[in-house]
Design a protein around this ligand. Structure first.
Ligand SMILES: [Zn+2]
Length: 218
């Protein structure tokens, strides 16, 4: 046994701004090693908000939890999520979730760093956007576009699944740090907007749980 809730690390240390799973966090804490299992806990102000069980297998992470959608009965869910490792700079490998979403009959399979939950399953933000698209996404799109433009201007790849590029030669450190902060800010705004918008279709209980969480601009 390893990971949160199994002694080594206090679950109280995890304060999420929403119910999301970050593959890098799992990786950092050794929770993706096959055989590793435990509880993943979301907390707010030091209070536990929710927890799910996870266990890592060869190339996948299995989540076990119970959900009650729209105030219905609690139902047990077991959701396997494929994990893939991709070469990144310096000969290292980075893990990614392969989104298990099936939206409008199409399997998603996107390589993502974060999965979100609001209903039954943990899916990537694209899946939730397609499933619950609305007109009010202009600002969300703008934030991500701006972040991607900045990311590419620094010589990196667009998308939050990638690390922000290293400082280009000849750029002032201060300028670089400012651009990094702007990217992070845009992306956290996008996350915030995403959650706020998605909250419209949540049940009352879920809405309370999500929206009472402190949203921290990082
Ligand atoms: Zn997806």
């Amino acid at each position: 046994m390893g990971g949160y809730g199994s002694g080594r690390t206090s679950s109280k240390q995890i304060a999420e701004q929403c119910k999301s799973l970050d593959v890098n966090r799992f990786h950092r804490d050794g929770c993706l090693r096959p055989g590793s299992s435990g509880n993943w806990v979301w907390s707010r102000d030091g209070e536990e908000v929710e927890r799910i069980n996870y266990r890592a297998e060869e190339r996948r992470l299995v989540l076990d939890y119970k959900v009650r959608v729209y105030g219905g009965d609690w139902e047990p869910i077991s959701q396997p999520i494929r994990i893939t490792h991709v070469d990144c700079n310096y000969g290292n490998k980075r893990p990614y979730f392969m989104c298990p979403g099936v939206v409008n009959g199409r399997h998603c399979g996107r390589r993502v760093g974060k999965l979100f939950s609001g209903g039954r399953y943990f899916l990537c933000r694209h899946c939730y956007r397609i499933a619950y698209a609305s007109q009010s996404e202009a600002r969300y799109d703008r934030m991500l576009r701006r972040a991607n433009k900045l990311r590419m201007a620094l010589g990196g790849e667009p998308g939050t699944a990638y690390l922000i590029a290293l400082k280009p030669k000849g750029m002032w450190q201060r300028t670089y740090q400012r651009k990094r902060r702007e990217i992070t800010w845009c992306e956290s705004q996008a996350d915030h907007l995403f959650i706020a918008k998605y909250a419209n279709i949540l049940s009352k209980e879920e809405r309370e749980m999500f929206l009472n969480l402190d949203i921290i601009a990082r």
